[in-house]
Design a protein around this ligand. Structure first.
Ligand code: UDP
Length: 328
């Protein structure tokens, strides 16, 4: 009997890559998604159950139907700008949604839970290299809602034996090596796809948000991780839980940060094209610098990022961007 894994947000960018990797690893990924920001087309590796995390009865139905051995929880609202404008929606959807999901999982006796968290739970930390023990001081309702879910998982671990692997990562980039799936958000707000849109004329220019940050060139620093590497860690995290190794937090970063200007320069090199750029004010809620190491993931999960160098990430994103799957 093949094991099923419930993947919330399986129609989204990271979730769809997780489904592909899970199918390869011999699981059946069951996508649970309300298709608010995901795409039916991206669900190719297992069944789709359309539904909303706010609907507990629907969740119960899905657990009863598939009897998943584990949950991978990606579904969330994740835009800093929106979180600053509309914190209520972030708190409601992310936190109540996760609570419903945890309760439905426990009711179905599914106790292995992989959670997609973020370095945005750290907030600004003067550019230090973050790790699992760094203090968490999120700057916006997005980061705060993810931190609340981390804490909730801890509480349900203590009270109900829920085992969770929490991954904190930040700027996920790149695409499936076969360009079958990739990053496609509407509206798009992420740096690398916006740069590629500016390069191929889908939008007139990229606006750089702030040039007066205390960094080497005045723009924000981020740690970019290839989506395929990130998902490798998730599959290893699932194995960790299935082996009964208990709850654990892992940071998934490369330990190296790039400024917005450096990403733009690298995109020029990779594509051989110019990037039209304009300069604007800072975006509210942005941290100056977020870079995290992954020593624990390397040591305990055997995680070795293979394609998380900036050129490879932009190359893979560009291949997907130019292919038939990407349509603006
Ligand atoms: N950024 C930018 N212009 C844009 C989009 C993003 O200058 O149109 C910057 C943003 O301020 C941040 C970095 O690029 O410093 C990465 O932003 P993104 O939205 O991709 O990810 P986030 O760091 O918010 O998760």
């Amino acid at each position: 009997m093949v094991d099923h894994v419930l993947v919330t947000g399986g129609a989204g960018y990271i979730g769809s890559h997780a489904c592909k990797a899970l199918a390869r690893a011999g699981y059946v990924p069951v996508t649970f998604d309300n298709l608010s920001t995901g795409w039916r087309d991206a669900v190719r590796f297992g069944p789709l159950e359309e539904g909303d995390l706010m609907d507990r009865a629907r969740l119960d139905q899905v657990f009863a139907r598939w009897k998943p051995v584990a949950v991978m929880h990606f579904a969330a609202l994740s835009l800093v700008g929106d979180a600053m404008r509309d914190p209520a929606t972030y708190w409601r959807q992310n936190v109540t949604g996760a609570l419903n999901l945890i309760e439905a999982a426990l009711a179905a006796e599914c106790r292995d839970f992989v959670f997609s968290s973020t370095c945005a739970t750290y907030g600004d930390q003067d550019g230090v290299l973050l790790d699992e023990d760094s203090v968490q001081r999120p700057l916006n309702a997005y980061g705060k809602s993810k931190l609340a879910i981390e804490q909730m998982l801890g509480d349900f671990g203590a009270s109900h034996g829920l085992n969770s692997v929490i991954f904190r990562y930040f700027n996920v980039a790149g695409a499936d090596l076969e360009a079958e799936i990739g990053e496609f958000h509407r509206p798009e707000t992420h740096l690398i796809p916006l740069i590629l849109d500016a390069i191929d004329g889908r939008r007139p220019a990229l606006t750089v948000f702030g040039t007066d940050y205390p960094t080497r060139d005045g723009t924000c620093v981020r740690d970019y991780v290839h989506v395929s590497d990130l998902i490798d860690a998730h599959v290893a995290g699932l194995g960790w839980l299935r082996e009964g190794r208990g709850s654990r937090v892992f940071c998934l970063g490369t330990g190296q940060g790039f400024t917005v200007r450096e990403v733009i320069e690298q995109a020029k090199l990779v594509t051989g094209r110019d990037v039209p750029v304009t300069y604007g004010p800072r975006r509210a809620g942005d941290a100056v610098s977020l870079v995290c190491g992954s020593e624990r993931a390397a040591r305990e999960l055997g995680w070795k990022p293979a394609r998380s160098n900036l050129a490879a990430m932009i190359e893979d994103a560009w291949r997907w961007h130019q292919g038939p799957g990407y349509s603006a």
